[in-house]
Design a protein. Sequence first.
Lengths: 303, 377
Amino acid sequence: MDWFLQQLINGLALGAIYALIALGYTMVYGVLRFINFAHADVLMLGAFAAYYLAPSVAKVFGPSTVPTALTVMVLSAVICAVIGMLIEFLAYRPLRHRPRLTVLITAIGVSLFIEYTGQHEKVFGAATKAFPTLLPQKEIIVGALRCSSNDLVVVGFTAVLLAAMWYIVQRTKVGMAMRAVSFNEQAASLMGVNVNAIISFTFAIGSALAAIGGIFFAMRAPGIEPLMGVQPGLRAFIAAVLGGIGNLPGAALGGVVLGLIETFFGGMPGLSDYRDAIAFALLILILLFRPAGLLGKMQTEKV
Amino acid sequence: MKRRIFFSVVGAMALGFAGCQKTASNEIPVGEFASLTGKEATFGQSSHEGTVLAVEQINEAGGVLGKKIKLLTEDNASKPGESANAVNKLIAKDGVVAILGEVASSRSLEAAPICQSAKIPMVSPASTNPKLTETGDYIFRVCFIDPFQGTVMANFAKNTLKEQNVAVFTDVKSDYSKGLAKFFKEGFTKAGGKIAAELDYNGGDKDFKGQLTAIKAANPDGVFVPGYYTDVALICIQAKEVGLNVPFYGGDGWESSKLTEIGKDAVEGEYFSTHYSPDAGGEKAKAFVEAYKKRYNGKAPDAMAALGYDSALILADAIKRAGGTEGDKIRDALAATKDFDAVTGKISINKQHDADKAAVIVQVKNGKFEYKETVKP
């Protein structure tokens, strides 16, 4: 039983990070109907932004204190938001009305471009770097269960951000515009919605979340390198599909489910090297019975 | 496999054109391929620095056979496929008489068939996978092999740490890790111990808590992690987070300053086996440490640097004894190496063209690697 609860804690913390990253995929898909593969690399850029910012911010607020961590996170999120908007403006906007496959291939190109630029010795270099300790860490022990304070922070923060996202999309004017663009871009623009601005905004928010996801990921595993985004990015993308792509609570649920599956199978002796295979097999199974994902609605394609 | 054959053929064909060497006649061209950048960059840089130092010292002392050694280095960026390209270029374009490299076994295994079919002797400084020298009679190494290293750690866990139940945590992506794990398990059960749990990870993973929680549930006295330093550092950090506070130990893949840089307090007190420790050796090792520090701004040499240095010394010694630079002559001279007084201990090349030599065990203390004991074969 202890074992089960402990794995539940481990899985939740991992799943929360996937959820955060999955939100970015799902939001972009919602408005533009394509997968932004460069999202995983924005996550990496977020972690590197924090890596380079942390020493100077620590001089002001002291190393590993809460204000330092918050400032670093906000600054990295802002940097990544700008990068996200730039990617959209330079790479995707010129292709807005081209076939969707063109944009998809461009997204893969952008992703590879960022990864290999990052690996150049004059940029980040391919060697793993030690990520600084942003927050003082404590072990919380309840009976036989252990939880690191970082994991609690990650889960708490993610929950708050998810709620904020839901509020923005469902209760604000910008959110209404986002939903309108998602529903029908042309009609929205005829109703006076500035489609370009809304799409930029979506990329900014998604990229900011990716940056925070990247920092959380680096806090759990404090070794960062230019390809660090690939694995969590892939998992978060799957999580978004699993939850029902385009659906915000779905992305969160998908992330948590994937994190739990991975942790539980990773912890079974004899099965641990099949961890990803089992996780993905289960996903296929779920999608066979619910093709639109756990929370997605089936939509008949309009012709 | 297909690709390997292709490259071998290209290599062999290229040899036909190798007559047109660009090197001056008073120089002996020796090739080196190393991971100077990329994931295992610290390994490649260290061995490269050791090799460069050795070549400089040999040339200062008058070179070999009245000629200077010219070292030609190619970077494989720690990537699969690049070593084959590098070695083909060195043999075909630069006309090298011998090849030095690499640290990682999988990349040495890529280059070995090419050297073998071109009949160019290859000396690996630090690849420990047994398969390497089985490639052919032109392939040598100056380090011990995994069965020895795995057994050394098994005996260390059983006899020095007095452990009964241990867990083994293997990187299923790496030949090196799987080899070490296999020989550790055999050695440990033979010594009367029990393997409490066996779990796997994929090199490059960032989350190990699922596996570590399972290892903790098996309640082992210690955990053997035969991985590479970046993964090991993250594993040690997350092990402490799930409350797994038993000794961790591994092989020479741990040895890098990145281990303590990333792992910090979490790797304190852990052990690993390696080829050399500056505190273990005799006169030769002392002289090497001094020369290395002088050459590289006070940086202390690690095991890979010492092995890189030794690989160049042994090759130069063999060329001297061979009296010529023909591949078969160098090969025979290398094979006849006996009790060569190297930095990493006395080296004899055995029938399998591996080095018979001792291993040392070091402990991480205050962010440094401290010498514990020497284990003879």
